[in-house]
Structure formats: C-alpha cells, structure tokens
Ligand binder design. Structure first.
Ligand code: DC
Length: 364
C-alpha cells in the first residue's frame, strides 16, 4: 500500500509521516531527503547550485545510492552517508533550488518509484500524489498558515541550539520556498485532486496522526464494522433526527449524518476537507447540541457540507472531525439554505439491545 503525504514546508509532514508509518508498521520514504542529498553532494564538491548545467552533469555519474538499513533509508553520495547532514537550512534552500531542474526531477522520479516498489510505504514530499504515485491508495495534503509554520521551524531550531535566525528570517524563507515550490514548471507543489486536506494550524501532532489513521482505516475498510444507522422522524410540524450506534460517540456521528440528510443526500458529498471542532459541557445532551450547532455554524460560515464524522467523547468534552466539501448547488441540490437551527427534546439513551441512541427535534 502507498500513502502519500504532500504539503509545503513546516506543516508537520515529516513528524506525521513517521508516526503514521510507525502505527501502521509501514516504511517512511522522505523524498525531500533525496533532493537534499543531491544538493548536499553539489555543495560539498563546490558546484554552484544555481548552475543547472553543472547539476545536470553531476547526475550523469549516478551519484546517489539509497540503502535501506535498520528500518530506514540512508542516502549515500559517492559512498558517503549524507543522512545526518541533510537537515540544515543551507541544504534546505539549495534543495529547493535544485528541485526546480528537469534533470533532477526526472532522475529522482525513477529513484522514488524504485524505492517504493512492492513495499508498504508512507511517502512524504511535494508531488507524491500528483506525479510520483498518482495511483496511491490514500493521498493526504497538509496545510498550515505560514506564520504557524515559521513558528514551528523557529522552535525546532531553538531546540537544536540554533538561534541566529529570527522568526522573520524563517517566515521570509518559508514564503520564498513556497513560491519557488509552487511556481516551478515541472511538477509544482499542488493539491492532488483526490487528496484529503488537513489544515494543521490548530491541531496537535497526535490529532493529525489520529485523523490520518482514521482515514486509512475508513478508506481501506479496516474499521470494525459497526451497527450504526440514522433516521428521521416527525414531531408535530418539525423533523427529528436519530443516530444509533454501538457507542455514544457513534450515535453522535450518526445523528450528525441525519442532520446533513435534512439538507442533502450524504452520499453526494465527497468528504475531502477537514474542519475540527471541540466542545465542553456538563451533560452529553448539551455536547450533542454543541456538535450539531458547530456543524450548522461551519456549514453556514464556510459554505461546506459534511458527510463523514469522527467523534471522540470524553466526560464533559467532545472533539469532532467534520469531513466535507464546498457546497455545489448542481451536485448537492441543497433542500434548505442553512443559516441556523434550534433543537429541542434532546436525549442520549442506551436501548435494551445495548445500542446507543442520540436524538432531537430540529428546526432549521
Ligand atoms: O520536505 P523538504 O524540506 O525536506 O524538501 C526539500 C526541498 O525539496 C523542498 O524545498 C522542495 C523539494 N522537494 C520537491 O521538490 N519534491 C519533493 N517530492 C520533495 C521535496
């Protein structure tokens, strides 16, 4: 299986990739390291990385050898293991420059395909889902605001004892790299059409990893089958929504689907964009209202429709991932314009058959 994780620098790609691979017992293919190794090779023999002809000529000697050793890839240039020397800012900037050259990209395209061949890999880079592994089973695209990304790099460098770069330097560097990576003509950084988008700005590493694992399980049918379903009922002139599941969290997820179904057929929604919400309240019923309110709020303010819900319920606290896509009138034919909703007669109960049932009457 191939999972691709693309996105700009500082979105948490490397850490997410490592943790996801660890949890799924897969291998990490860090393709940035390949570009960095070429750049490092050029820097050490004194080739100007801005000289495309010289870099292209360097590749004719096939200088890169990648060896899988003790669970990870090592990058050798002319028999020297460069792996430990690739993480500096100087190498990062040089890698960004050499990565714009056609000769470098086509050389590494073959290297990457060969390295992933017949393996279970999580491939991290810029063009994994678009160019190198368009056939990947699961494609993830991570984003984060450039301010947050600069802050993360700053803290990372501080931890390494590197203090000569200011937050502003790093922010400029990131913006310059983003510009170069997304405007180069060969295989620019862009969102693969069928990728799941996760904005990591306000999420912890663990939350992003959990989300990716959830998606992998959903998409590959690895989740325990559960007996959940949703339905509508009528209560006087209003519509009621009912979600049933093996746990209270699953009942909430099904109730959320029932809410969506008032507006459109959930099957018409391609759930590729993530919105995360949290709520704190004294009772489960109030947490249900908070969840439904958050869904309506996100629909109304971001013009999204959701069809995949992942709810974590703790005493007094709820965290939910809402997966959806922007409203498309032709495709979704929404039955109502969502501006707000009120709820009454709320309940969460365990039925005699052991299943949980979350329900309420909604006025949209
Ligand atoms: O992810 P990173 O910072 O290690 O990547 C270093 C550079 O390599 C980055 O600026 C862009 C380039 N790169 C690329 O063009 N395509 C990839 N698949 C991975 C990295």
């Amino acid at each position: 299986m191939i999972i691709t994780i693309d996105g700009p620098a500082g979105t948490g790609k490397s850490s997410v990739t490592k943790k996801v691979a660890e949890r799924l017992n897969m291998i990490v293919l860090d393709t940035g390291a390949l570009y960095r190794a070429i750049a490092y090779g050029a820097l050490t023999v004194g080739i100007d990385v801005n000289d495309e002809a010289k870099i292209s000529a360097l590749l004719l000697t096939n200088p890169l050898e990648v060896v899988f050793w003790e669970g990870s890839f090592h990058y050798f240039i002319e028999d020297f293991d460069t792996t430990m020397y690739l993480r500096t800012q100087e190498v990062a900037n040089a890698a960004s420059i050499v990565s714009t050259y056609d000769a470098v990209r086509s050389y590494l395209l073959l290297v990457q395909k060969k390295l992933a061949d017949k393996k279970n890999v999580v491939c991290e880079g810029r063009d994994m889902g678009t160019t190198v592994f368009p056939e990947a089973e699961i494609k993830i695209y991570l984003t984060a605001s450039s301010k947050e990304r600069a802050k993360r790099r700053f803290l990372e460098l501080m931890e390494q004892g590197i203090t000569r770069l200011t937050l502003e330097d790093l922010s400029n560097d990131i913006e310059e790299r983003d510009r170069r990576d997304s405007t180069r003509k060969n295989s620019p950084l862009k969102v693969p059409e069928d990728a799941f988008m996760i904005d990591t700005t306000h999420l912890t590493l663990e939350q992003v990893v959990d989300e990716v694992i959830f998606l992998v399980k959903e998409e590959s049918g690895l989740h325990e089958p559960h007996l959940g379903y949703w339905e509508h009922f009528t209560h006087q002139a209003d519509v009621g929504i009912r979600g049933v599941g093996s746990t209270p969290a699953q009942a909430f997820e099904q109730a959320a689907l029932a809410l969506t179904a008032i507006i459109t057929e959930p099957g018409l929604i391609t759930p590729k964009t993530l919105v995360s919400v949290t709520a704190a309240a004294d009772t489960d019923e109030l947490l249900l209202v908070d969840l439904l309110n958050a869904i309506i709020f996100e629909m109304a303010t971001k013009n999204l429709l959701f069809s995949r819900f992942h709810v974590t319920l703790l005493p007094g606290f709820l965290r939910a991932s809402l997966w959806g896509e922007p409203v498309n009138r032709e495709k979704h034919q929404p039955a109502v314009e969502i501006k707000g909703a009120t709820y009454h007669i709320l309940s969460l109960k365990q039925r005699d058959d052991g299943l949980w049932c979350a329900e309420c009457v909604v006025d949209v």
